[in-house]
Design a protein around this ligand. Structure first.
Ligand code: ADP
Ligand code: MG
Length: 404
C-alpha cells in the first residue's frame, strides 16, 4: 500500500471554495493510486468562530482558574469540527471516508497539557480503514495520554501530527498544504518578491522554521528527517508542487543547491536586549547573572560576555523578570526593547567569505543600525530595532539575489 499524508492548515479550510480545493487534492492523489490520510487543523485564524485562538479567548477572563487539562478539551474541538466537516464532504464527493480523533487514530502523548509530546503511535485502526479503501481523516494537533485524557501538541501541532503519522505509517510522502506556494525565500507578507524554494534540506528548513518562518513547524521536520520521509510544502490553491524537503545526501548531485549560499531570510519580533554591567558595590559577575536566569527558565540569545559587561537578548515578557532578577543582585541593567532578530540562513554559506560584508553593507546603505550579531555554520543573525525589521528583510533579500 502506497500511503500519502496530506495536511491542510486553517486557511485551507475556511471558505467553501478552499474546501473544494482540498477535496480536489484528495481525489487527485487517490486517483494516483495512493491510500490517503488527511490531517486537518482548526478552521481559520484568530477571530474565526472555531479557530484555536478564538476558543482560547473564551477562557481569558478566567485565566487564574483555568485547568490546563480541561483547556486541552476545549482546544481539541476546533479540529473535531474541521475533520467532521471535511470527512462528510469527502463522502459527498463520492469517496468513502472515516473521521478519527487523535485518540482514535492512536496518537499517544505525554501529559504536558498544551504542548504535549507524541510518545507513540498505534496506527492499527488507520491501517485497517486504509486497507478497506477509505480516506482516513484525522484531527491534527491532538492526542491522548495513556490514561485517556485529551492533549494538544502546541502551536503548529498539526504539522507534527502529519509527519508523525507519516513516520508511523511509512508514508511515501507528507504534503503540508497551506496558503502560500511552498517555503519561500522570506515571508511573502513582508517581502513581496519572495520566491518559492524548489528543494531544501531538512536542516535548512528546520533552521528557517526555528528562526521564525512559521510555514512549517520545526518539530514536524525533525520527525520526518528521522523517518527519512520527504515533505512537500505546497499551496492548497494551486497545482504547483511547492517545496520538496528531503535529505541533503540526495541533493549533492544538484548543482543549483550546491551553488546557493543563502537559502532564505527569517525574522522574529518581541526581543529585548539587556546590557548588564557592575557597580562599585557589586562588580560584574556573569555567573550570578546567567545562573539566576537559568534557574527561572529564561533562555538567552545573542550572548556576549566581556570582563566589564554582559550583553544578551531575551524573548517577550521574560524581559521584565530578567531585569528584576539582575537588579536584585545589585548590578546595573539597561534595556533595549522592541528589537527583532533577522536571520540570514544557508547551508552553503559555511566557509564562504564575504557573507557578513554583504549584510553589513546592505544594512548600512539603508541606515539600519546593527545592535548585535552572531553566526553559526549555517546562519548569520543580526539584531535590529523592530521598526527597521521590514526594510532589513527586503534589503538583505535583494542583496543575496533571492528575488531572482
Ligand atoms: P497553516 O494554517 O496552513 O498552517 P501558517 O500560517 O502556519 O499556515 O503558515 C503559512 C504562513 O507562513 C504564510 O501565510 C506566510 O505568511 C508565513 N511564512 C513565514 N515565513 C515564510 C516563508 N519563508 N515561506 C513561506 N511562508 C512563510
Ligand atoms: Mg502552520
Amino acid at each position: 500500500m502506497r500511503i500519502i499524508v496530506q495536511k491542510f492548515g486553517g486557511t485551507s479550510l475556511s471558505t467553501s471554495q478552499a474546501k473544494e480545493h482540498v477535496i480536489h487534492h484528495i481525489k487527485r492523489e487517490r486517483d494516483n493510486g495512493y491510500a490517503v490520510v488527511v490531517v486537518v487543523s482548526a478552521i481559520g485564524r484568530r477571530g474565526d468562530p472555531y479557530a484555536t485562538d478564538t476558543l482560547l479567548e473564551q477562557l481569558a477572563p478566567f485565566a487564574a482558574y483555568v485547568d490546563l487539562k480541561e483547556q486541552d478539551m476545549l482546544l481539541s474541538c476546533g479540529e473535531m469540527i474541521s475533520a467532521t466537516l471535511i470527512g462528510t464532504q469527502i463522502r459527498a464527493a463520492g469517496m468513502p471516508a472515516v473521521v478519527l480523533s487523535g485518540a482514535e487514530a492512536g496518537i499517544e502523548t505525554d501529559d504536558d497539557y498544551g504542548s504535549a509530546k507524541i510518545i507513540a503511535i498505534h496506527p492499527e485502526r488507520i491501517v485497517k480503514a486504509l486497507e478497506a479503501g477509505q480516506v482516513v481523516v484525522v484531527t491534527g494537533f491532538q492526542g491522548r495520554t495513556k490514561q485517556g485524557a485529551i492533549t494538544t501538541l502546541g502551536r503548529g501541532g498539526s504539522d507534527t501530527s502529519a509527519t508523525a503519522l507519516g513516520a508511523a505509517l511509512q508514508a511515501e510522502i507528507v504534503d503540508i498544504y497551506t496558503d502560500v506556494n511552498g517555503v519561500l525565500t522570506a515571508d511573502p507578507k513582508l517581502v513581496s518578491d519572495a520566491r518559492p524554494i524548489a528543494k531544501v534540506s531538512y536542516a535548512e528548513i528546520c533552521h528557517m522554521a526555528r528562526e521564525g518562518a512559521k510555514v512549517v513547524h520545526p518539530r514536524a521536520v525533525e520527525i520526518a528527517q528521522q523517518a527519512r520521509i520527504p515533505v512537500r510544502v505546497r499551496s492548497t490553491f494551486s497545482e504547483e508542487e511547492g517545496t520538496l524537503v528531503q535529505d541533503e545526501a540526495w541533493q549533492h548531485n544538484e548543482h543549483a543547491v550546491l551553488d546557493r549560499h543563502v537559502t532564505g531570510i527569517a525574522y522574529a519580533l518581541g526581543i529585548t536586549q539587556l546590557h548588564v554591567s557592575g557597580t562599585e558595590q557589586q562588580p560584574h559577575d556573569p555567573r550570578l547573572i546567567f545562573e539566576s536566569l537559568a534557574a527561572h527558565g529564561i533562555s538567552v540569545d545573542f550572548i556576549n560576555v566581556t570582563a566589564s559587561h554582559s550583553l544578551f537578548t531575551v524573548q517577550g515578557e521574560q524581559a521584565q523578570l530578567a531585569e528584576k532578577l539582575i537588579a536584585e543582585q545589585g548590578l546595573q541593567v539597561r534595556l533595549e526593547a522592541a528589537c527583532a532578530k533577522v536571520s540570514v540562513i544557508g547551508g552553503g554559506m559555511n566557509g564562504q567569505p564575504g557573507v557578513m560584508a554583504r549584510i553589513v553593507s546592505a544594512l548600512s546603505q539603508e541606515q539600519i543600525p546593527i545592535l548585535q550579531s552572531a553566526d553559526s555554520n549555517a546562519a548569520i543573525w543580526v539584531l535590529v530595532k523592530e521598526k527597521h525589521m521590514a526594510m532589513a528583510l527586503k534589503c538583505l533579500h535583494s542583496t543575496f539575489d533571492l528575488n531572482r
